[in-house]
Design a protein around this ligand. Structure first.
Ligand code: G3I
Length: 371
């Protein structure tokens, strides 16, 4: 009888303590952990932003306060033929970030890769004249930026324009307009949305020659009164590159040049290095020896990977005065482009979250200290 009378009270107590436990165990988030330092972002694919991947949505909503479109804003996707724009995926991406109050990054306005085939060519298949190229660049930038005016925090205006030796990549933009294509693109972008930040974005940013050229471009834009707000240092890394000291020097030099620095596209391959950098065209045939951990990373490799990522994150924290954002190129390991590059079918482990959606160990010290 006593027991029965006590039961509702006990149940209530149980419910209370469960509720308390739930509140107390709300998982700490990366965006809280780095709130005083920089934005923390992730590249999203369309499964997530089109509502097809609720698990990734939960992870992204908890941990990130910035997102970038992994593919859906590239010219090949968004402007596949002259005058034709496919907005659906990009609209969903922008709405996704807007609804969650995130800083949305547009990627990318001008890139030689995934460039819509019509863009640099006339009807006979020859390169267009400089005047036509300027018209096409102006139309593309103005149309895309105007659609999302006021919603996009910053744009990768020009992507991967410089090679490791510091020379200009011989892209169609460069072949037709020479070095002037960069100032021209930034002028068009500044006119299209005066409130959006404007960035140059590239990989292999530890290269001293590349750094020198970007410093010259930044100085030139500033001297001509053309706005540039930041430089995106793509963080595609491996177990034996980049040179950490040179990477850090680049952060410092760009900071001194008076632009914001962003670590964009951060990931670190845990597999044997085949190609450094992130040139999507550098592919190779599948080789079993280069896919050594299809069933999970061995403990020692996992430890080494976490140690390297931890050292990198510590470096970013040391420069939080100039670093405005750190963005991972994907969410969990299963979502990385590196599973398919430089060969299809590798099992990679390059991102901040494992395939079971748990944060990698190197993040623990930040997550715990933010609890
Ligand atoms: O959407 C098509 C799909 O319809 C088709 O069935 C499938 C067949 O392969 O391909 C799909 O497109 C792929 C697309 O990713 C979406 O998954 C392309 O083949 C593939 O080439 C493309 O790769 C992207 C790559 O850029 C090239 O655009 C990667 O996901 C993306 O992570 C990668 O990102 C680049 C940055 O934009 C710039 N910096 C380097 C970085 C890594 O390469």
């Amino acid at each position: 009888m006593k027991t029965i009378a006590l039961l509702p009270a006990l149940l209530l107590l149980g419910a209370c303590s469960t509720a308390q436990k739930e509140t107390a165990t709300t998982p700490p988030s990366l965006k809280d952990a780095f709130a005083d330092s920089f934005l923390i972002g992730a590249a999203l694919n369309t499964d997530c932003t089109n509502g097809l991947d609720p698990a990734t949505d939960s992870l992204v909503s908890l941990h990130f306060n910035s997102i970038v479109a992994e593919n859906c804003m590239k010219s090949e996707k968004i402007n596949p033929s002259e005058g034709v724009y496919e907005w659906d995926d990009a609209d969903n991406f922008v709405n996704y970030g807007t609804e969650r109050g995130m800083k949305i990054i547009g990627h990318t306005l001008l890139w030689h890769s995934q460039l819509a085939p019509w863009f640099p060519l006339d009807s006979a298949g020859n390169n267009v004249t400089p005047d036509v190229m300027k018209q096409r660049i102006a139309n593309h930038i103005s149309t895309v930026m105007t659609r999302y005016k006021g919603k996009i925090h910053g744009w990768d205006v020009v992507n991967e324009a410089i090679l490791e030796d510091g020379s200009y990549r011989k892209s169609p933009f460069y072949e037709i307009l020479g070095e002037e294509f960069i100032p021209f693109a930034f002028s068009c972008a500044a006119a299209a949305d005066p409130d959006a930040e404007l960035y140059l974005n590239d990989y292999s940013m530890a290269s001293p020659a590349k750094r020198e050229t970007y410093l010259k471009i930044i100085a030139d834009l500033k001297a001509r009164g053309i706005r540039i707000d930041g430089i995106g240092m793509q963080g595609h890394m491996g177990m034996d590159y980049p040179d950490f000291a040179e990477f850090e020097k680049s952060i410092e030099e760009y900071g001194k040049a008076g632009v914001g620095v962003m670590i964009t596209e951060w990931d670190m391959s845990a597999l044997p290095t085949v190609n450094q950098g992130a040139n999507v065209a550098d592919t190779t045939a599948f080789n079993k020896l280069l896919n050594p951990y299809p069933d999970g990373l061995p403990e020692d490799i996992d430890r080494e990977w976490n140690e390297r990522m931890g050292r990198m994150m510590d470096m970013f924290m040391r420069h939080a005065d100039v670093i405005t954002r750190v963005t991972a190129w994907g969410t969990d390991d299963s979502k990385s482009w590196k599973n398919d590059w430089p060969m299809k079918g590798r099992t990679e482990y390059p991102l901040l979250f494992s395939r079971s959606l748990t944060p990698k160990p190197f993040l623990n010290k930040y997550l715990i200290s933010s609890e």
